[in-house]
Design a protein around this ligand. Structure first.
Ligand SMILES: [Zn+2]
Length: 405
């Protein structure tokens, strides 16, 4: 990547990494891979389907307490929170989070198989890897008796995957007493040690419904047909010119309606998915969707009897706000310096993650992998391989300490 590493940031990381307690923390991470993997195996056995993360959150709270985090508790929506105290406690804090929910329904058979460094189980990588990385970092800090300048906040949050619609992070930034104090937020999601998500891809989803009187295809012919009318709106939206930069997309994912080939339908629905790296484009698309549907319905109603008029509704069924981390944010400069120190080539990405919420509020945030490798994400064949995990963990630890100093 092109962005430079300021000399001061690079020097600071070198100085940080040469401190004896940091070495001791690295040593703990290096020697305790079996411990970390045993946590990961335990974790995948506690099911955490969307909206059913309670047992896993309780499990995580117990682990946070064992590792000496303070003020451990569940918040109002079920996020597990614990504090690692810094020297100046109560001021700014650095937040480390990992989502605890999975995409798997509660009746999914979970029979984890551990072969050498490889754990096969639904959720082993996404986000077993991220959650146990938090535990490893907390354990290493405690073992080395590191006292960062400010508090480190550990959060295992609910509701990251699809239907969860980022509700765990949303709740934290709306209600947590901590929310005003977050100076930097590092999200851990899945495996890897090179990628950093620094652009939050925003998306909004809508369910559009058009209702009419319906009728018989022959005897009621001429009545307004909701399928035809919604199709006109969709055709108009399909002709919209969308910018390549900021990249913006609009998809019609489903269209459903009607009951029979010889009936005028009473109802039709369609689901839209709008995405952009720019929040304003999402607002523009929302206006376009309303305009296209409203115009098509009004046009159809102009020639219809009043009692046969069509009605429509547009419901937002998903909302992930967009946001971007600026190159000069301290957390980004620190990451580039840490990566240079560790010989890692930083790859930045655009994606939709928990970091969307802080980024949309102007809180510096990014999402990292928790080291190692993984695959089969969101399938029953998901796996995680811990080889190389320690490099990812060192990266996270140095970044946190750099941000907290
Ligand atoms: Zn994930």
């Amino acid at each position: 990547m092109s962005a430079t590493v300021p000399a001061t940031a690079f020097a600071r990381i070198g100085q940080l990494a040469s401190q004896r307690p940091v070495h001791e923390a690295f040593g703990w991470l290096h020697l305790h891979e079996p411990q970390i993997m045993s946590w990961q195996r335990e974790l995948v056995l506690v099911a955490a389907p969307p909206f059913g993360e309670g047992p896993r959150a309780e499990w995580l709270c117990a682990k946070f307490r064992e590792l000496g985090l303070e003020d451990v508790a569940l918040d109002g929506i079920g996020n597990a929170i614990g504090v690692y105290r810094g020297e100046q406690s109560g001021g700014e804090c650095v937040l480390l989070s990992a989502h605890i929910d999975t995409v798997f329904p509660s009746d999914t058979l979970i029979d984890p198989q551990l072969n050498g460094t490889r754990l096969s189980a639904p959720g082993a990588c996404d986000n077993g890897a991220g959650v146990v990385a938090m535990l490893a970092i907390a354990a290493a800090l405690r073992h080395a008796e590191i006292r960062p300048a400010c508090d480190l906040l550990f959060v295992g949050n609910v509701g990251e995957e699809g239907e969860g619609n980022l509700r765990g992070m949303r709740h934290f930034y709306q209600h947590a007493p901590w929310r005003e104090r977050v100076a930097a937020h590092v999200v851990l999601d899945g495996a890897g040690h090179e990628v950093a998500v620094t652009h939050g891809l925003g998306s909004r989803r809508y369910l559009v419904t058009v209702n009419g009187p319906g009728g018989h295809s022959w005897t009621d012919a001429g009545r307004v047909n909701p399928v035809v009318v919604l199709s006109r709106a969709i055709a108009r939206l399909g002709d919209l010119a969308l910018p390549a930069k900021p990249r913006t997309t609009l998809n019609v994912g489903t269209i459903e309606g009607g009951t029979s080939v010889n009936a005028i339908p009473e109802q039709v629905t369609a689901r839209f998915d709008a995405r952009s790296t720019d929040a304003e484009q999402l607002i523009r698309l929302e206006v376009e969707i309303h305009r296209a549907v409203e115009d098509a319905v009004m046009e159809a109603n102009a020639g219809a009897k009043r009692e046969h008029a069509l009605r429509f509704s547009i419901e937002m069924i998903g909302d992930r706000p967009a946001g971007t981390l600026t190159e000069h944010a301290a957390v980004f400069e620190n990451l580039r310096a840490v990566d240079r120190h560790l010989g890692i080539r930083t790859e930045t990405r655009i994606a939709s993650t928990d970091a969307n919420i802080p980024l949309s509020l102007g809180v510096p945030a990014l999402s990292l992998g928790a080291g190692g490798n993984g695959g089969g994400i969101h399938t029953r064949n998901e796996w995680y391989d811990a080889r190389g995990r320690v490099l990812g963990l060192r990266r996270i630890l140095l970044l946190l300490l750099a941000c907290a100093s």
